[in-house]
Design a protein around this ligand. Structure first.
Ligand code: C2E
Ligand code: MG
Ligand code: MG
Ligand code: MG
Length: 291
């Protein structure tokens, strides 16, 4: 902080920082109430199987519909929930809601998978697998339809403990996905021991893959690595038709991004699914977004 070395600026910065702290503090106490009072909402973003040209599943992304501040994105409250010990309640809320959304979709004739993001904290908790088993037992949805997304850095906190929890979850038939792959501390030796089903190539690489030879190589190599390990390669953050087409050529398995569909509230997502189905049925046979 440059201002801190300049005498007079110090108080200003300190005041601003404590204001920020105070605001964050009130946010965490409000968050507790938000979980209880159902101010959280899940948005669903479609994930498409590229070769089959089919909606394979959805990723559940949490938002906080704050009564005064409006819609707050997860980047602005998940870290706070982690530090204030609210993350297990939040994870539980998200899982419960996501599983029931998926079960409702199944009942309505849409047998989609559901992917849920879990924090490192949650995966360090030895009680988590039992809690998850209870949630799964309470809903009419086979566990293979659930995918748990974890980031590489999640795995770094306490490798053995996390690996134990993740393995117990995988043994229940739940799929494990390595999210934002390539942006954290990837250890191939660890990846080898992880019972994962898929690797999600981070959006930052997809974003520049058509303009940067390096990013294209990284995307290509990650797809190759996934396939060599018999994992699915999933690309996130697809925003253009050219990116989608290139990923198809590279043999990427699944894709997700604004080009296909934005994260949407559940009712909007159902409308979106209906429209997708109509469009793809009328196109007749395998049709890519390019047709
Ligand atoms: P993520 O799991 O990598 O999720 C993808 C993020 O990229 C989402 O942001 C999504 O809205 C955004 N995105 C998807 N397609 C595109 C695209 O084509 N272009 C661009 N520019 N962005 C795209 P969001 O919803 O703000 O979530 C951010 C992160 O917050 C997630 O990253 C995930 O790590 C975390 N998160 C979200 N929901 C939860 C949750 O329920 N629990 C936990 N622990 N973390 C969550
Ligand atoms: Mg994710
Ligand atoms: Mg991701
Ligand atoms: Mg990401």
């Amino acid at each position: 902080h440059r201002a801190k070395t300049q005498g007079g600026g110090f108080a200003l910065v300190t005041a601003r920082e404590s204001l920020h702290d105070a605001e964050m503090h009130s946010l965490s106490s409000e968050l507790r109430a938000a979980i209880e009072e159902d101010q959280l909402v899940l948005h669903l973003q479609p994930i498409v199987d590229i070769a089959a040209d089919r909606v394979q599943g959805v990723e559940a992304l949490v938002r906080w519909q704050h009564p005064r501040r409006g819609l707050i994105m997860p980047g602005d409250f998940i870290p706070r929930a982690e530090r204030s010990g609210l993350i297990s309640e939040l994870s539980n809320w998200v899982l419960k809601r996501a599983l029931s959304s998926a079960a409702d979709l199944h009942a309505a004739g849409w047998p989609l998978g559901i992917s849920v993001n879990l924090s490192a904290r949650t995966l360090l908790d030895p009680h988590f697998p039992d809690a998850l088993a209870e949630l799964l037992a309470a809903v009419d949805l086979p566990s293979r339809y659930l995918t748990v997304e974890i980031t590489e850095d999640t795995l770094m906190a306490d490798q053995q403990r996390t690996l134990d929890v993740v393995t117990r979850v995988a043994n229940m038939g739940v799929h494990i996905s390595i999210d934002d792959f390539g942006t954290g501390y990837s250890q191939l030796a660890y990846l080898k021991r992880l019972p994962a089903s898929e690797i999600k190539i981070d959006r930052s690489f997809v974003e520049d893959m058509l303009v940067s030879r390096t990013d294209l190589s990284i995307v290509q190599a990650t797809i190759g690595l996934a396939h060599a390990l018999e994992l699915r390669a999933v690309a996130e953050g697809i925003e253009t038709e050219s990116q989608a087409e290139r990923l198809r050529q590279l043999g990427c398995d699944y894709m997700q991004g604004y080009y296909i569909g934005r994260p949407m509230p559940e009712d909007k997502f159902r409308d979106w699914l209906g429209a997708w189905d109509l469009y793809h049925a009328s196109a007749g046979g395998p049709a890519g977004p390019e047709t």
